[in-house]
Design a protein around this ligand. Structure first.
Ligand code: CS2
Length: 484
């Protein structure tokens, strides 16, 4: 069977070919996180920017853990299929020019990060990849962080965390002349640029590098950490999706990704170095991304997580399954109605954001029956996601004495999903600690409080009316009943 690679490009139908020939691009961007989301989002914008400006923006994609062999076997080519309810469209993307394994290819990665030719570093490493404590600081006890910090005493350390490797790469860049560079977090965290900057600074401060003070000064003056918000629903690729891509292309593509037609990228206008003109593909560059960020995190991601846990309790498998129940759309709308008052108003955001329309669009996006978006995927890593997606709104509303029945129902869904032996297949880095809460107490209110403490929400755990209200919802959920 013919596989997708450079040699296969000429044989593709013109509409399936990349907008650029990757052989004309140069390594200009380093990206950490070679997952489906990057391939269906930033790489697509970057390809369009390179094609329309003629600037040779090629991406070197770095996999923190997974194998890069399948990507290399295809000369880093892969296809994206836009999945619309009526039809799909498949096209090969040519933006990625090199794939590296973060540990095995550390020398090449350092060489690139030292080079002034690289002016942009982007990241999609999920909430886990930032190794942060609930208060936002670097978690020196997170897996790998202490070892990485100790390893900075060596000349050529083998670093396993993204924050460690990125910090070491930036320090090497400083020592090589310190050309300005922007480091762009594309993960779902409020204030993601500042959050990443803090993790990097704290890693450098705690490192054994004798030049850590000048490195810190340089980080402050020559490294941009713009905030961004990224959006595109990209389910994990299935074998059916790969077969569909093969049927469309006429060649085999093991790295195929599928995504909804919608995509959005909003970037803070705080870059210090050259970057692709992503605006030519409708990215928004604005002075302050916070209104966009809060709207997306609290409404899209917030209702996604609510659907994941409540849907799992009701025996659903995908987001589209939830929207096909009688409570699915009402849940998304009620969740929106509860949370919208915590968002900046339209005038705060220059009039560009309309929360009511946003919720209408979400219902349509979630309903897309051609998308097989597993609740299991969304519900995983809840201990890191819900503090970002639900708790800020919950705190704001409770502080204003506003009732929060939908957030409490969602929280009860999460509590149910943490039960040891739950069969929905969700995983969580805090699973052991969450499991312990169930064995330590049989009192439902105490259980809710203990789980909240485990995810860093001691303040919410103290609120007896909240833990009681969440606890009273558990029996109905156990019976698979969603009472809005
Ligand atoms: C989802 C997100 O898996 C999840 O937790 O909520 O990946 C979501 O699909 C994206 O943020 C959409 O832009």
């Amino acid at each position: 069977m013919t596989i997708l690679n450079h040699a296969a490009l000429a044989g593709l139908a013109p509409a399936r070919r990349p907008l650029v020939d990757p052989r004309d691009l140069r390594p200009r961007i380093v990206h950490f996180g070679l997952g489906a989301f990057h391939r269906a989002h930033q790489a697509v914008y970057t390809e369009a920017a390179a094609a329309r400006t003629g600037e040779p923006w090629g991406i070197v994609a770095v996999a923190p853990r997974s194998s890069v062999a399948p990507m290399r076997a295809q000369n880093c080519l892969y296809s994206v299929t836009d999945v619309a309810p009526d039809a799909g469209a498949t096209r090969v993307i040519g933006a990625v020019v090199e794939a590296l394994n973060m540990r095995a290819d550390a020398a090449r990665l350092t060489e690139l990060l030292r080079s002034p030719e690289i002016t942009t570093v982007t990241l999609t490493v999920t909430e886990k990849g930032y190794s942060r404590r609930p208060d936002g600081g670097l978690d020196a006890a997170a897996p790998g962080v202490d070892d990485d910090l100790a390893a900075t005493a060596a000349a050529d350390p083998d670093l396993v965390t993204v924050v460690g490797r990125l910090s070491a790469g930036l320090a090497a860049r400083f020592r090589a002349g310190g050309a300005p560079v922007d480091v762009v977090s594309c993960d779902n965290t409020a204030g993601n640029g500042a959050a990443l900057a803090r993790a990097v600074r704290e890693f450098v401060e705690a490192s054994a590098w004798s030049d850590r003070d000048p490195v810190l000064d340089w980080l402050g003056t020559s490294v941009g950490f713009p905030d961004t918000i990224v959006d595109r629903i990209v389910p994990a690729t299935t074998s059916v999706d790969r077969d569909g891509a093969e049927a469309a292309l006429g060649v085999r593509d093991e790295m195929a990704v599928v995504g909804e037609p919608y995509r959005q990228w909003v970037l803070q206008d705080a870059f210090v170095a050259a970057r692709p003109r992503w605006e030519v593909d409708d990215a928004l560059v604005v002075p302050d991304v916070a209104p966009y960020q809060l709207m997306k995190l609290r409404l899209l991601n917030g209702s996604h997580s609510a659907m994941a846990y409540l849907g799992a309790a009701a025996g659903c498998t995908t987001v589209a399954d939830v929207l096909a129940t009688e409570w699915g759309e009402p849940l998304v709308r009620a969740f929106g109605a509860e949370v919208v008052p915590t968002l900046p108003t339209e005038s705060d955001s220059g009039g560009g954001l309309d929360a009511g329309r946003y919720v209408d669009d979400l219902v349509a996006r979630f309903r897309n029956p051609a998308m097989h978006h597993l609740l299991r995927q969304i519900g995983s890593d809840g201990s890191l996601k819900i503090p970002e997606r639900w708790f800020p709104a919950l705190r704001d509303l409770r502080a204003a004495s506003v009732a929060t029945p939908v957030l409490e129902l969602a929280l009860a869904g999460w509590v149910s999903a943490t039960q040891p032996g739950a069969t929905h297949g969700m995983t969580d880095p805090a699973a052991a600690a969450l499991n312990r809460c169930w064995t330590d107490t049989s009192d439902p209110k105490a259980l809710v409080g203990a789980l909240l403490r485990t995810v860093g929400a001691d303040d919410l755990a103290e609120q007896a009316d909240l833990t009681a209200s969440v606890a009273t919802r558990l029996p109905a959920l156990r019976a698979g009943q969603i009472d809005l």
